[in-house]
Design a protein. Sequence first.
Length: 202
Amino acid sequence: MKIHSLKLKNFRGYKDELSISFGDLTAFVGRNDVGKSTILEALDIFLMMEKEVLVMPIEPTWEQKLAQWDGETYQGKEFYEGTAVIITEKGERVRSKSEKILADYFYRNNIIYKYEKPLFLKGYGTVYPDFTFLSRKTGEEIYWEHEGMMDKSDYAKTAVKKLESYQKNGIYLGERLIATFETEQTLLNSQIIEQLVQKYLL
């Protein structure tokens, strides 16, 4: 790169526009405090900016990947009229108090997630995992399903079938699938939430 000229305006002591032409060899001569160093400083700033533009990372950073993933839009599952309105600290609507507990935990700990992002499972159809995350370790999505009424027979059968379908599609518990469970007697345990987050999401 060769610089042929430089224009300065409103920079340090140069309020009016100053135009400088460069040859193959250019020297700045003058008494102290006339602005020679200011010209060199301006050149240094320009060259540093050019370097930042030219030196682009070959691989996007984790923050860039996560921001891109988070910015991708999707159509979640509809809420039917008459269902309870439960709002998380993030300001989104969820279907149960337990889902709100989970969502609020993720939000407070700056864990980016997507609520009920659709996922197609071959042999089963489209499911809406309660929470979807992007794994920093693998770059793949991780799914968190909370099954909250496992003491109800029909609900439990449907939940088991769905979890089996995940695994038939290569999404295994303890790898890319996290599951928590509740019954009327056994409620969601905050300590277990923390342990699962530490193991799989951080």
